[in-house]
Design a protein around this ligand. Structure first.
Ligand code: CP
Ligand code: NVA
Length: 303
């Protein structure tokens, strides 16, 4: 394992398998194990954006592994008043054993990781959300009879989002077939698309959804993009995952969403609340998969 997990490009397929194996074990043994790989370790959790799932699952996960989590709202740190990321990294390196960070610019996370002497985990930037997609892949594995490289997933909506970028990297890693149903204005990042042989871009959502095993969507207005709300809601409206879209997919197809969801926007309420929806399994698996990531990164770094 590398020192940090900033994007899914930081892990290979063997490491992904290791993460899933450990996550499944930790899920089964939750509350019963004597496994405390973070014992005596303090982990900072720097958040510059809102969070429910990520904050709670990391905080609980770090504690369950024997570590000490410190929630740090970046607005109340000196970094919010102009102290550089590099200086912050050097100072925190004298106190902490690792950092989980959610912020806007991905390059800030890269700077932090470069300057810090501890492992850094990306808990969402404008560009990537690797921990979410690891939990999603674990969830898909649990619900599938086929291996990941035989699955067809459709991501509908904002193809330029952190979720879509990370899903494309997941396809590159696992060989999963991914069709991104998105309009020209929010098309998938060309560089990532070109690097991922099993990802295609399709503007017509009904065509994209044909024969899909999984339909995935995300909010139309990501955190930090609130100024663009009006045009995003208008342009992305035809990409809603609703019953008509689900009917194009396989009869046993499942619905995925990283959450939080906006019923009536990117997903209709009937799909969100249908038996096909496995969104809360995804949310639960954040805890297990992140515990596995923390354990493997720390065991490797502090051996
Ligand atoms: N899916 C996700 O990252 O949720 P939060 O924004 O609540 O952390
Ligand atoms: N794309 C969304 C994901 C939230 C988990 C956002 O960045 O707000």
């Amino acid at each position: 394992m590398k020192k940090d997990l900033l994007t899914l490009n930081d892990i290979n397929i063997d490491e992904l398998e290791q993460i899933f194996t450990l996550a499944e074990k930790l899920k089964k043994e939750r509350g019963k194990s004597n496994y405390f790989p973070l014992s005596g370790k303090s982990v900072g959790m720097i958040f510059a954006k809102s969070s429910t799932r990520t904050r709670v699952s990391f905080e609980v996960g770090i504690r369950e592994l024997g570590g000490n989590p410190l929630y740090l709202n970046s607005a109340s740190m000196q970094v919010g008043r102009g102290e550089t990321i590099a200086d912050t990294a050097k100072v925190l390196s004298r106190y902490l054993h690792g950092v989980v960070i959610r912020t806007f610019s991905h390059s800030d996370v890269e700077t932090l990781a470069k300057e810090a002497t501890f492992p850094v985990i990306n808990a969402l930037t404008d560009e990537y959300h690797p921990c979410q997609i690891l939990a999603d892949m674990m969830t898909v594995k649990e619900h599938s009879k086929k291996p990941l490289n035989e699955i067809k997933m459709v991501f509908a909506g904002d193809g330029s989002s952190n979720i879509c970028n990370s899903l494309m990297l997941a396809s590159k890693l696992t060989g999963m077939n991914l069709v991104v149903a998105a309009p020209e204005e929010y098309r998938p990042c060309e560089n990532i698309l070109n690097s991922a042989p099993k990802v295609t871009w399709e503007k017509d959502i009904m065509k994209a959804a044909e024969n899909a095993d999984y339909l995935y969507t995300d909010v139309y207005v990501s955190m930090g993009f609130e100024d663009e709300s009006k045009e995003r809601l208008a342009i992305l409206k035809p990409y809603q995952v609703n019953k008509a879209v689900m009917n194009q997919a396989k009869p046993e197809a499942k619905f995925l969403h990283c959450l939080p969801a906006h019923r009536g926007e990117e997903v209709s309420a009937d799909v969100m609340d249908s038996p096909a929806s496995i969104v809360f399994d995804q949310a639960e698996n954040r805890l297990h998969v992140q515990k596995a990531v923390l354990s493997l990164l720390f065991e490797n770094f502090y051996k």
